[in-house]
Design a protein around this ligand. Sequence first.
Ligand code: ZN
Length: 293
Amino acid sequence: MPELPEVETIRRGLEKRSAGHAIVDIQGRDGRLFRHNPDGLATVRTHLSGRTILGIERRGKFMWIRFADSPQALVVHLGMSGQVRAETAEHHAVPRNKHEHLRLILDDDTALSFVDPRTFGHLTLSAVSQDGQREIPAALSHIAPDLLETAWSLTDTITRARASGRRVKTILLDQGIVSGVGNIYADEGLYRARTHGFFRGRDLGDERWALLLSSCAAAMAEAVEVGGTSFDSLYVDVEGNPGYFGRTLAVYGRAGEPCVQCLRPIERAVLDGRSHFYCRTCQLVGADGDQSV
Ligand code: ZN
C-alpha cells in the first residue's frame, strides 16, 4: 500500500503536470471508486467540467485536488493498488483499460489517468473546511496530521500514544493518531529507534516515543527524496518511474537476511494481523532501557 512518501511523490508529479490547467474533457466509468458520492461519477463530471486545477495537497496517505472558485476538492485515495499517470496527447486515443476509472483531459492535452485494479481506493468530491491551520476536505476530518506537516504536534501525539494499551506498531499505523505511516515506515522507524513493535504504548516513555516518531519521520523524508519505495510493480510515479528507497530498507521485507548492524538474520512476526520485521538483537530497548517485552 502506498504510504506517505509514495503519495507525496505522486502528489508532486501530479501538481507539476496539472496546476494552472483547465479540465476540458472527463472520461470514466462509474463504479466502486466513486462510492462515496451520491450519484457517483456523474457528480464528479458535473462539478469538474471546465474547472481549473489550482494545486494538489496531501495529508498522510491522502491527497486532494483543489479547483479555482470552488470549495469542493477531489480526494484521491490510492488504497492498495491505485496509480495516477500523466500521459501525453497520443494517449488520448488509447481505449481505457478495465482498471482505468477516470481520465481528465487538460487544456494542454495532458491526460490524467486514475487506475486502480483492486478498487480499495476511492475518488471522492468533498467540501473543504478550516481545520486548525489548514483547509481539509470533510471526508478526511478523522485523519490526524502527519509527521511531515507543520500542524503536527509531538506533545498531542505522545499523550494519545502513551494512553493506549495497544502495541506500539499498531499505534503507529492508527491514522487517527498520526497519519501517513504504514507497514514499511513503521518497521524502518522502529529499527532506527532500536525499539520493537511489541511494546505497549504506555510502556515507552516520552523520550522514547519522541525518538520513535522522529525516526519514522526521518525514514519517510529520506524516502521522499528518492521517489518512495516500489514495494510491488503497481507503485510508480505519474511518469511511470519506480521509487528507489527499497534499496536502503534496513528491515522491511528482509526476513532471513542479515541485519546491517549486527548481521543476525532479520525476523518476521505477525503483530495484530500485520507483518513486523525486526532485529531481535538491535531492537530490544523500551522504557528506560528496559529490554523486556
Ligand atoms: Zn541487528
